[in-house]
Design a protein around this ligand. Structure first.
Ligand code: KE4
Length: 429
């Protein structure tokens, strides 16, 4: 039986870890089957416990943008580890990476390091609430900003009402301060501002959404959100945990030329080690403890290993003038070539792509919000996922995820991917 060792390991893991995994999406619940246990990764590949190798299109959900275990980053982590793992004191290295990011990303003066994207987004919302003295936030259905209570909210009835908890453990008291709008629906956002005048601290958005599959902002949507936030004294938070340093070195702010008041980061800035961050202009960031009154803290925030992995990753990207052109071209090739093959098989689909983010939706012509993402044929995606997996191509195990292209992909990996797509058989009957 294939995946024999993964199957045995998954059975054992479920005795000691809830659902056998430390993050739900890894359990293959939406695609079915046994989650694959990996034992190593290098470049564009991961190797599972049954010694099967896969071309990796998850790349640890974004961090491995250079490909896995890049030799320069690996050596830098090893050398840093010789000096100790974590001190719990300020270090020069934290200033070095903070300065590097501030000098290379538009519209930020200060940055605070944390240990996950959830922490970054949660803290940014608290800072926005502390800075504005307001309680409510607007988020968008289908956008994911981590598992902090304020974000685990499903749409209330109608658009102008507040949300409802979408997880046990989230209180109504928390949910009432989270307002939901449909992605790309400016009228709903205008409605929310009208119904909650003077009460909205922040609007948080994935500037390119990657958690409902890849969904792009429509023309001028982000610019108009900027205008609405300016009109209503609301802070605009770009959740760039996925898009930061991936869409461009200056992230979505640079790619769309729209300035956010706060920007959150994760994934790439840690190079694969646990890091998150949030950043903004002095006027806002000065409200953060210990300088200001808004409290936020973390034992491992800014720890030397994660800072070293992140800084070396960012420097490699920054110093490689062809980096973004290369990974964007790889993604474009995958988009066009996979599209041609699926069309030749008469399999209706939509591929959304921005930079080195893309995803495939089946049996739908366009996807610009979560409702439409849900209308895609996810059963067909699940078939496609397992077909690709059997052919050594590891896609994200859910139709609601984006693919993360790494710079380690070369013609050989593209050809292997396209060969697998060519073998996909699906009867429309
Ligand atoms: P973490 O707390 O998982 O580091 O980051 C939360 C987060 C915040 N904002 C955005 C835009 C994100 O995509 C994420 C996390 N992304 C998911 C992938 N869909 C992480 C994978 C997982 O949950 O295991």
């Amino acid at each position: 039986m294939i995946y024999q060792r993964s199957s045995a390991l998954f059975s054992e893991a479920q005795h000691y870890i809830p659902g056998g995994v430390n993050s739900p999406v890894r359990a293959f619940k939406s695609v079915g089957g046994v989650p694959i246990f990996m034992k190593s990764a290098k470049g564009a590949y991961m190797t599972d416990e049954d010694d099967r190798t896969y071309v990796d299109y998850i790349n640890s959900w974004g961090p491995a943008i250079l490909g896995h275990t890049h030799p320069v980053v690996l050596q830098a982590i090893q050398q840093q580890a010789e000096k100790g793992f974590s001190y719990g004191t300020p270090t020069e290295l934290e200033t070095e990476i903070a300065k590097f990011i501030v000098e290379n990303v538009p519209n930020i003066d200060q940055i605070r390091m944390v240990s996950s994207g959830t922490e970054a987004c949660m803290s940014a919302v608290r800072l926005a609430r502390g800075f504005t003295g307001r309680d409510k936030i607007i988020k968008f259905e289908g956008c994911y900003h981590g598992h902090s209570d304020s974000f685990l909210i499903k749409a209330g009835s109608g658009a102008a009402t507040f949300g409802n908890p979408n997880s046990p453990g989230v209180t109504q008291g928390t949910a009432k301060d989270t307002l939901l709008a449909r992605y790309n629906d400016l009228e709903q956002v205008e409605d929310l501002f009208r119904h909650n005048e003077g009460e909205i601290a922040a609007l948080i958005i994935e500037p390119v959404a990657g958690n409902m599959g890849c969904v792009l902002p429509e023309q001028d949507f982000l610019r108009k959100l900027r205008e609405l936030c300016d009109q209503h004294g609301t802070l605009l938070i770009f959740d760039e945990v996925m898009t930061g340093f991936r869409l461009a070195f200056g992230g979505a702010q640079e790619a769309y030329n729209v300035k956010a008041d706060l920007v959150t980061y994760g994934k790439v800035i840690g190079g694969g080690l646990p890091v998150g961050a949030f950043a903004g202009r002095n006027e806002i960031m000065d409200h953060l403890a210990p300088k200001g009154a808004v409290y936020q803290a973390g034992t491992l925030s800014g720890n030397p290993l994660a800072m070293r992995a992140g800084l070396e990753t960012l420097k490699l990207i920054k110093n490689d003038t062809g980096f973004y052109e290369r990974i964007n071209r790889t993604t474009e090739t995958l988009d066009f070539e996979i599209g041609k093959i699926l069309n030749s098989k008469d399999i209706a689909h939509r591929i959304n792509r921005k930079g080195s983010m893309m995803s495939i939706f089946f049996h739908i012509a366009s996807v610009s919000n979560f409702d439409e993402a849900q209308q895609a044929n996810h059963a067909l995606f699940n078939n496609f996922f397992h077909h690709m997996l059997k052919n050594g191509i590891y896609l994200p195990p859910s139709g609601y995820e984006t693919y993360f292209i790494s710079d380690a992909l070369r013609d050989e990996e593209i050809d292997r991917t396209l060969d697998a797509v060519r073998k996909f058989e699906y009867s429309n009957k």
